[in-house]
Design a protein around this ligand. Structure first.
Ligand code: GLC
Length: 542
């Protein structure tokens, strides 16, 4: 294996691959994926050879015991495995087998809320005097009987549910089945810190921390101000989107907790804390902490949310490069289980350009399972919607479309399961699957593999400086990655037109990779040809 030596940690040099375990591989024949399924596919992910994808870490969405009201993001036991997915022995084997292949394992950590079936909440709701009462957020109705404040649930409706038994409201940013822990209570903090230690002791390498900016709410629970930019056709029940989230999230005190998470991680060698955070740049960058005492990687979702246009994207990359302190490491995400599929959003041709972008930017790339095949949004009849967000806010909000089963081969159910899968397999699975793309040297899977393995061997891509280059037209995005051991030039054509780029550089270089996977030639930078939707990597002659 031709890996380069560098001083980067694994979470800086590596590629992270998100697995939604329900949808990866079902080995028990119940239509739902499981941990054994992940073990069975580790060689596909990275067996040390260039015939495998080559990713360095997997992040697994929740596999804990859960009533599955939000498909595992409603945890009823933080320290066990849902029988659907396996048991602790399977988990231990997964860690062992992943580590044997030098694949790191990042698990989902959901500290903001539990399931309403968690024993802590069952106790808490029992009576006003229960010792766990204050573990959750309970409030009286206002004197006129109305809600404690105007906050909305991200899944529609108010964020408060009335509990008849004790005549108080409890708080939930998500479903009423996901009551929110009271992080101002030191006992709650201690209990959740123990959860982190529990999994660290079992050998996990990192945590993806769910809605970690939500942990602390305004102490007085003040009303949120209205959002002046309400999107058109917003469903009436979407109270959440009608407000600016001034008081319910991203409160300054949350950083005390993040620092504590970091201290716990730092007690073990080489661990990584990743946060799910969707704030503007100035607020977001604070989650790195001061001098690196916060998260290693606050997720950067900007490539998902921005329009797919060169200007918006280059501005965002440059803004990130400017705002990050020198010790803070960038990262980029192209898709996840909460968003429509990349190939549906920007089209198949641009999905290849996006792959090249993601894997050549400065920073840790996170990719979503199936994006390496160009899987598109699933077509799910309205009456079959499973996602609670889609069921409450309407079909266009359903996240099911991006969670359809992985497409392994053209056998029934795409080789995902012997039984009817929990969500329908996309109709194109007979032609779009791992087996077919394996044998096609120009498939998008081949492109991902080539890119990931090329990146591993390139000091410039892994560790080099990022320098934007002005391409002279709006359809193309060009940048250099500079490292003492070598320099690369990346040029990406975001359009369906051919482009001729003339960079005022006398250098020539060697084109080592095109998204078409058909070029390997010496090129002159004053005369670069880009075909429609083509992205290229050029190694520069210095
Ligand atoms: C995060 C998860 C999402 C989940 C929500 C509530 O945003 O990514 O899937 O529904 O948190 O836990």
């Amino acid at each position: 294996m031709n890996k380069v030596s560098h001083n980067l940690a694994w979470w800086q040099s590596g590629v992270i691959y998100q697995i939604y375990p329900r949808s990866f591989l079902d080995t028990t024949g119940n239509g739902v994926g499981d941990l054994q399924g992940i073990i069975d596919k580790l060689d596909y992910l990275n067996n040390g050879s260039k015939g495998s994808l080559g990713i360095d870490a997997i992040w697994i969405s929740p596999f804990y015991p859960s009533p599955m009201a939000d498909f595992g993001y409603d945890v009823s036991d933080y320290c066990d495995i849902h029988p659907l997915f396996g048991d602790m022995a399977t988990f231990n084997r997964l860690i062992e087998e992943a580590h044997r292949r030098e694949i790191k394992v990042i698990i989902d950590f959901v500290p903001n809320h539990t399931s309403d079936q968690h024993p802590w909440f069952i106790e808490s709701r029992h009576s006003r005097h229960n010792p766990k009462r204050d573990w959750y957020i309970w409030r009286d109705a206002k004197p006129d009987g109305s809600l404690p404040n105007n906050w909305g649930s991200a899944f529609g409706g108010p964020a408060w549910t009335w509990d008849k038994k004790v005549n108080q409201f409890y708080f939930h940013h998500f479903l009423k089945e996901q009551p929110e822990l009271n992080w101002r209570n030191p006992d709650v903090r201690a209990a959740i810190y123990e959860v982190l230690r529990f999994w660290l002791e079992r050998g996990v390498d990192g945590f993806r921390m769910d809605v970690v900016g939500f942990l602390i709410k305004d102490e007085e629970f003040r009303d949120n101000p209205p959002n002046p930019d309400i999107p058109d056709n917003l469903p009436a029940e979407n109270i959440y989107a009608r407000q600016l989230h001034k008081f319910n999230e991203d409160q300054d005190e949350v950083h005390t907790i993040i620092r504590k998470f970091r201290q716990i991680l730092d007690q073990y060698p080489d661990k990584c804390g990743i946060g799910e955070l969707g704030y503007g740049l100035e607020r977001w960058v604070r989650y790195y902490g001061e001098n690196g005492n916060g998260l290693h990687l606050p997720f950067n979702f900007r490539l998902i949310h921005l329009p797919w246009e060169t200007r918006a994207i280059i501005q965002s990359i440059q803004a990130l490069e400017v705002i990050l302190p020198p010790w803070a490491w960038p990262n980029y995400v192209l898709g996840n289980h909460d968003r429509p599929r990349l190939a549906s959003r920007i089209g198949m041709n641009q999905a290849r350009v996006a792959a090249l972008l993601l894997l050549t930017l400065r920073g840790t790339p996170t990719m979503y399972y199936g994006d390496e095949l160009g899987i598109k949004d699933g077509v799910i009849p309205t009456e079959s919607i499973q996602d609670p967000q889609g069921l409450r806010l309407g079909a266009e909000y359903s996240r099911d479309v991006g969670r359809t089963p992985m497409q392994w081969n053209d056998s029934p159910n795409a080789g995902f399961s012997s039984k009817r899968p929990w969500l329908p397999v996309s109709a194109d699975f007979t032609v779009r699957n791992v087996a077919v793309q394996n044998d096609d040297p120009t498939s998008i899977l081949s492109l991902y593999r080539r890119l990931i393995w090329y990146r591993k061997a390139s000091p410039a891509l892994m560790a080099g400086r990022f320098c934007a280059v002005t391409p002279g037209n709006d359809d193309c995005l060009v940048y250099r990655r500079e490292h003492p051991a070598g320099q690369c030039m990346i040029a990406l054509n975001f359009s369906g037109n051919s482009h001729h780029i003339s960079l005022s550089e006398s250098k020539s270089g060697h084109l080592v990779l095109s998204t078409y996977l058909d070029r390997n030639e010496t090129v002159s930078l004053t005369n670069l040809q880009l075909r429609p939707h083509e992205g290229i990597i050029i190694e520069l002659n210095l």
